[in-house]
Structure formats: structure tokens, C-alpha cells
Design a protein around this ligand. Sequence first.
Ligand SMILES: Cc1ncc(COP(=O)(O)O)c(C=O)c1O
Length: 413
Amino acid sequence: MDKLTHTRSHQLYDEALTLVPGGIAGIRRPYNFVPGEYPIFLNRGAGGHVWDVDGQEYIDLLCSYGPIILGHREKEVDDAVIAQMEKGFCFNLAQEHQNELARVVRRLIPSAEMMVFVKTGSDATTAAIRASRAFTDRKVILRCGYHGWHDWCVEVKGGIPEKLYEDIHEFHYNDTDGLEKLVAEHKADLAGIIVTPVGHPLAHPVEDPAPGFLERVRELATAHGAVLVFDEIRSGFRMSLGGAQKRYGVTPDLSTFGKAMANGYPISALVGKAEVMKVYEKKAFLSSTFFPNSLEMVAALKTIEILERDRVLDVLWERGAKLRRDLDAVIERSGVPAQMTGNPMMPYIYFPRDDAGKYKERRTLFHTYAIRAGVFMQPFHHSYIAWRHTDEDYARVCQVFEDGLAHIKQVVG
Ligand SMILES: Cc1ncc(COP(=O)(O)O)c(C=O)c1O
């Protein structure tokens, strides 16, 4: 498979390094992919595909890290947004879309009695932590998973005084014993427990909840008067219209939604029990110039309407399950030490660690092969599937997995 052309990507990146620290913010930087093999700048998208600035086309299996649930440039959503643009969307006061969207979200999500609409996942998770502390008048937060870039949870601690995260303790997904130990240590001052209902650490297998895990987290929070928060930024409007909480039948006190909610438009939500949410009436504060802007609310309303009307998530589960079965079979036949992990909505090919470190070589070779063959994934992060991916796209993905793994078998074993 020939190397791709990245002339324009590299020109833009060289310039970006003089304009933006690191060239590009956060996880879009080249070292998160295979440097030298992946494009660095994209130019356009349509349906389930994206094109880079050098004109090469890819099946988009990363879906912008989750927001693209329907497809790029979904016409009905974009038309609704354009119609709103013609009326204006950034005003002194709220527009009635707020109530309309809140009614829909309350109907769909089990924990949603009241809610606030914000813009990013980090806005919503940070608002959840503040609400938990304000409601309980306690400090300690137990957390599990990625919750964004704000001071209380970011992995890279530069620029953050220790005291801002000294009351935050981390536990591992599906590790009930570890959580029980932390709860026992901190129960007198336990404000909240925040957990992603599906486990997805970087470069590790994606995990569904072990039987009883989410139920036990719920029991522990209830028993100690702590607020239970599900961080559904990834799983919301994907695992089901009511989120992972509906799919797994465990209802948290608060939960956060974002990503797939508006097919790429920036909106997120903190939803939850009215008694907890009401801390934002007087006791705690939440505001931004842009929170009330309505374009994203219009996009969310239209996206959710399509998800419901066309039973999009049922279709995605069915097609994702088939893709997953096909990829399992391809891996099995290949004889390469690899496994598909995660549920069909968030598939990830994982190369198990070995003492000789060959798994790294396998991972790099695989993703090099895949990007050259036109399948856009992320080596350290699970994929997502979208409604506008076609059967032909998935047949192509299976073929690329088959050929890529055969190549690895030859080169590394
Ligand atoms: C589970 C989860 N929570 C929170 C966030 C933070 O969202 P944002 O990047 O929109 O701030 C993310 C982002 O990937 C996420 O996956």
C-alpha cells in the first residue's frame, strides 16, 4: 500500500507551529495518530466520509470523536440551522428553543427532571461537580474516566494548584473493590461519584459494565448521601435515546450529555434530579455569553427528531453488531494477537501488551495500513459508527482489516 501525499497538510502544520502552541490544540495533534502517515488537516466531509487538504478521501470511523452520529452535512439538520440563522440566534435573552429542547430531553432521559444547556463536555462535567458539592456541602469527589480539560480532572497537571485536585480521587472502571475502599476512606466528606457508564481508557480495551458494577456504584452513592453522576458525554444519544442509563437500567442523580446530541454542533447538557439541579437557582452560579445561543439547540432538536423518527440507534446497533461479528471473524482468521473490544457503537481494535513490546509495532503497522487504504481511525482511541456509513463502507473496512492484519502477520507475526 503506497504512502499518501501530505504536502499541503505539512505546509499548514509548519505554519501552524508558528501560530498556535503545538500547532493544533490537544488530541488533534499528529502524535495521537501515526506521524508522517496521517493527514494533519481535513478539508471537508459528506455523509460517512472525509477528505484531507491534499484531496484524499477516507471512510470516517472516528466521527469527530463522537459528535457525528448521523453523518457530515446532514441536510435536514443544516437546513434547520440555516433557517434559524435567518432569524438571528445570539440575543440578550433566551429563546423558546430552550424550553422545547428541555421538554424533549426530559421525556427521553430517565434522570432528567431539570437541566441546563451549556456548550462543551467539560462545561457539563464541571457543572455536575459544582452541583454535587453545593448540594451536599461536602468536598470529596471520586471519579473514573476522562471528563475533560478543567482543573479538577485534567491529566496533565501543569498550571493547576494542588489544592484544586486534592479532594478528587480516581478509581478504575469495573473495580468495585477499589471504589468501596475509597468510599470507606472518604465517606464523611463524600460529595459525589462521577463515572462514565461505559469504560474507555486510552489505548486499552473498551469495557462494558461488569454485571452489578453500575448498580453497586448507585448503592454506594445512595448509602453515603453522595450525588451519583453519569458522564454520558460519549454514550448519550448513542447507547440509547435515554443514554447508557436507560440501556443499563441504572438511574444516576445527575448526568451529562453532549457529543452526539446535535450531530456536531456545540451543545451539552447537565441534567438531573430537580432537588440537586436547583442549587443553580441561587446557591451556585452558571453562566456564559454563549450558553443561550439557539443554533445548537435547533440542531439538537432536529438531530433528536431524526434519531427518533428513523429509529437511527436501532439501525446503528444492528449494523454495528454485524460489523463487529465480521471483524471478530477477520481477526480470528488472521492469527494476529488482536481483539475487537467495546460495544458495537464504539468498536476498538486492541493489540494486547506483550513483554517484547511487539504490540506497539503491530498497532502502528495496522493503523499505517488502514489510513493508506482510506480508513480513518485513531490508534489510541475507540472508533464510532455513523448512520450515513454504508454497507459498502463496512465491507471495505473488513477488507482493509483483513489485508492489514495479513501484512502484520508477515512483518511482525
Ligand atoms: C466522557 C467524556 N466526558 C467529558 C468530555 C469532555 O468534553 P469536551 O471535549 O467537549 O470538553 C469528553 C470528551 O471527549 C468525554 O469523552
